[in-house]
Design a protein around this ligand. Structure first.
Ligand code: FES
Ligand code: FES
Length: 164
């Protein structure tokens, strides 16, 4: 039997100490041990992006990160981007612009888009499509996903101008 190792991981601001198997994946720690079920499991092979989370500020696919690699890291999932009373601009925008159909890809789409807009607050449509290429939507709702991200960028930039 493999030896478990102690890890400490902070998810959406809350620190969790646990024992992880060397082969255990971050997505299963989040979903099955910490009950953080926003990130979904789609392909488990790094193709679909349903499991996307932010790890120390980078967007990563949690199905291809070992829990041990997340030791000491700070993770943000879609649950950590906004609250039901105060949604993130992307969460509002996906709702308003019909950026989802079944919703399975949505947590990963929104989390990835948050990183994309942090890196490029004023993306073109082509830059959004390129930046989101690692996230697949089985419902093929790409038109409205792109529209939602561009609208969120506009809203975030307008808020920024008001704040300045
Ligand atoms: S489940 Fe991780 S990329 Fe598909
Ligand atoms: S909305 Fe169904 S997979 Fe994207």
């Amino acid at each position: 039997m493999s030896k478990k190792m102690p890890i400490s991981v902070t998810v959406n601001g809350q620190t969790h100490d646990l024992l992880a198997e060397p082969r255990e994946l971050l997505i299963y720690v989040l979903r099955e041990r910490l009950d953080i079920t926003g990130p979904h499991v789609g392909c488990e092979t790094s193709h679909c992006g349903a499991c996307t989370v932010l790890m120390d500020g980078k967007s990563v696919k949690a199905c291809t990160v070992f829990a041990a690699q997340a030791n000491g890291a700070s993770i943000t999932t879609v649950e950590g981007l906004g609250t039901p009373d105060s949604l993130h601009a992307l969460q509002r925008s996906f709702r308003e612009h019909h950026g989802l159909q079944c919703g399975y890809c949505t947590p990963g789409m929104i989390t990835r888009a948050a990183k994309l807009l942090e890196e490029n607050p004023t993306p073109t449509e082509a830059e959004v499509r390129f930046g989101m290429a690692g996230n697949l939507c089985r419902c093929t709702g790409y038109q409205n996903i792109v529209k939602s991200i561009l609208a969120a960028a506009d809203e975030m930039n307008a808020e920024q101008e008001v704040a300045e």
